[in-house]
Design a protein around this ligand. Structure first.
Ligand code: NAD
Ligand code: LMR
Length: 308
């Protein structure tokens, strides 16, 4: 039997993701939104792309949570995106309400699902979903690190005229202004970037990575990125649906790893059919540890505001 994936929120990220999943042809998809008829219309349009692109994915658009029942994975993208001049943290209260209400409904119909969180501010919203769902941490995972790392890899590849496939990197920490692009571990075909670029140029690229979301928000004027974010969720889904055990940075509820406790922070994680299968602990240098702690403190502040 094919897997079943639900995507909650049929906006920019949600609908682009559903189209990407459809093209994988490995699961049927339900796309939920509160706006009447909109997910149904988008689903029908995507279904009709099947004969052209060659997929048999069943895509259902709905305003009824009953249609999401028994999903294997539920991706939550519902919520407000930021506008120019805003930080992701400014969305905290408004999106907490949405994520709370959505999670309650999702778990009612799919008590065994793996939840992938996308709504911002990402780490705090993952914490809301963990609390409301009562799920074990293995089944509540946040998407941010794959995206932030993809930005870092893009900029390094552009700078060196290299293929993005040859650039490996990790961005850890919370999905905010204090995220931690680990330039020490960034390599191009195995060669550390410190041997390929001057330190000040690397630092500029690190900063552009940290500001990567805001750069796009400013350009778009009314909304935030969705092509790379949806591709990043797809990479997580590939590893879960196909049980590939890929390691990628994800927001994980840490319980002692990296010296952090009871908090979602981005770290390398192995994803498989059970969701989170292992937290990978990379040996960090003192300065990197301090940066990760600072980033975790920023997440903690938000979580405290929510009283979680
Ligand atoms: N984690 C990341 O790296 C990352 C990347 C991109 C976007 N985001 C976040 O994802 C969220 C969605 O972004 P977008 O660009 O798709 O926004 P969008 O406005 O295009 O879509 C959001 C959708 O959520 C729906 N919605 C609102 N309340 C709902 C509810 N109670 N139940 C179901 N659906 C509801 C809206 O009707 C809308 O269709 C934002 O919070 C954004 O900041 C996170
Ligand atoms: O920047 C945003 O608000 C959206 C998302 O978190 C991103 O990094 O693109």
């Amino acid at each position: 039997m094919r897997s079943k994936i639900t995507v909650v929120g049929a906006g920019f990220v949600g609908s682009t993701l559903v189209q990407r999943i459809a093209e994988r042809d490995y699961a049927d998809v339900v796309m939920f939104d509160i706006v009447p008829n909109m997910p149904q219309g988008k689903a029908l349009d995507m279904l009709q792309a099947g004969p052209v692109l060659g997929y048999d994915t069943l895509i259902t658009g709905t305003n009824d949570y009953a249609d999401t029942a028994d999903s294997d994975v539920v991706v939550i993208t519902s919520g407000f995106p930021r506008k120019p001049g805003m930080s992701r943290d400014d969305l905290l209260k408004k999106n907490q309400e949405i994520v709370t209400q959505v999670t309650e409904q999702v778990v009612k119909y799919s008590p065994n699902a793996i939840l992938i969180m996308v709504t911002n501010p990402l780490d705090a919203m993952a914490q809301v979903a963990l609390k409301v769902s009562g799920f074990p941490r293995e089944r509540v995972i946040g998407m941010a690190g794959v995206l932030d790392t993809a930005r870092f890899r893009t900029f390094i590849a552009q700078e060196l005229g290299a293929s993005v496939r040859d650039v490996q990197a990790y961005v850890l920490g919370g999905h905010g202004d204090t995220m931690v692009p680990l330039s020490r571990l960034c390599t191009v075909a195995g060669v550390p970037i410190a041997e390929l670029l001057p330190a000040e140029r690397i630092e500029q690229i690190v900063q552009r990575t940290r500001d990567g979301g805001a750069e796009i928000v400013k350009l778009l004027g009314n909304g935030s990125a969705y092509f790379a974010p949806s591709a990043s969720v797809l990479q997580m889904l590939d590893s879960i649906i196909l049980d590939k055990k890929m390691i990628m940075p994800c927001a994980i509820y840490l319980q002692g790893e990296y010296g952090l406790n009871n908090l979602f922070v981005g770290v390398p994680a192995k994803l498989g059919a059970k969701g989170l299968e292992q937290v990978i602990e990379v040996e960090l240098q003192e300065q990197e540890k301090a940066q990760l702690q600072k980033s975790a403190d920023a997440v903690k502040e938000l979580v405290n505001v929510l009283g979680l």
